[in-house]
Design a protein around this ligand. Structure first.
Ligand SMILES: *Cc1c(COP(=O)(O)O)cnc(C)c1O
Length: 255
């Protein structure tokens, strides 16, 4: 069960661990509503029960500071293109001493853990991208926060009946998920697109499907809000003028 702002229940997590549980895997930050889970508390629960803790960090890497030792993370996955690296390459951090079964049979590359010749260019690209992201983390984070907070402040003052989904503090800096009551988000997206604005309704991976967002459904959002929810993500190449333009366009579409 998720809370209304998208946090997992730590009590439920504790209760769900059985004698034969070997792994807990919980997303660091949600891709739709940006909620950052209480990772340190989760890893503590895992450790107390002698269970390995994996986190899908794909959204969070490059956006928030992550120290696997401080946070008690055993396994962590990332994908290069989410922090401006090349597409088609990712990495799994594995804490020393943890063994895992391969998912791909064939050659004995990479200590028999991943058959197939390494994508060297991709790997080097990922390495460089994470280095740059890490060096620029604080600037990037505060830049996104400015854009995001400006957008939230303006949009909630212009539209009194909107709802911002997810937690406002424990949240990815560039993420806004906003519901306009009794609105068809797909229609809004088309109009935004015609103005050169890319946004999404729900997960980008399931764009094109008209299924309601499972994340918004899981946090118990009202039905008339789920269908009118937009996910807006600010990134490195955005600036405040673009945020103003976005607000303008939304006013024209929905005002
Ligand atoms: C994008 C994303 C993925 C998938 O990564 P790809 O490399 O794009 O397939 C997995 N988890 C989260 C949280 C993501 O945001």
């Amino acid at each position: 069960m998720l809370t209304k702002i998208g946090f997992i229940s730590l009590d439920e997590l504790k209760d769900s661990i059985r004698n034969d549980t070997v792994l807990i895997s919980i997303m660091f930050a949600n891709n739709e509503i940006g909620t950052i889970q209480p990772i340190k508390e989760i890893s503590k629960i895992a450790k107390e029960s002698n269970v390995i803790f994996h986190t899908d960090c794909v959204q969070a890497i490059g956006n928030v500071k992550i120290n696997v030792d401080e946070l008690g993370i055993d396994l962590l996955s990332m994908s290069a293109h989410k922090f401006y690296g090349p597409k088609g390459v990712g990495a799994l951090y594995v804490r020393n001493g943890i063994d895992f079964a391969k998912i791909q049979d064939g050659g004995h590359q990479e200590r028999n853990k991943r058959a197939g010749t390494e994508n060297v260019a991709g790997i080097v690209g990922l390495g460089k991208a994470i280095e740059l992201a890490n060096n620029n983390l604080e600037n990037y984070n505060s830049k996104l926060l400015k854009l995001r907070n400006y957008f939230i402040r303006e949009i909630t003052s212009k539209f009194k009946n909107v709802k911002i989904n997810g937690d406002l503090k424990q949240r990815l800096p560039g993420n806004v998920n906003i519901s306009f009551p009794n609105t068809d988000a797909e229609e809004v997206l088309l109009k935004l697109d015609s103005q050169g604005i890319c946004a999404s309704a729900g997960s980008a991976c399931s764009s094109g499907s008209s299924e309601p967002s499972h994340v918004l459904t899981a946090i118990g959002l009202d039905k008339n809000l789920v269908g009118g929810s937009l996910r807006i993500t600010f990134g490195e190449q955005n600036n405040i003028d673009e945020v103003k333009f976005l607000i303008n366009v939304l006013e024209r579409i929905l005002g």
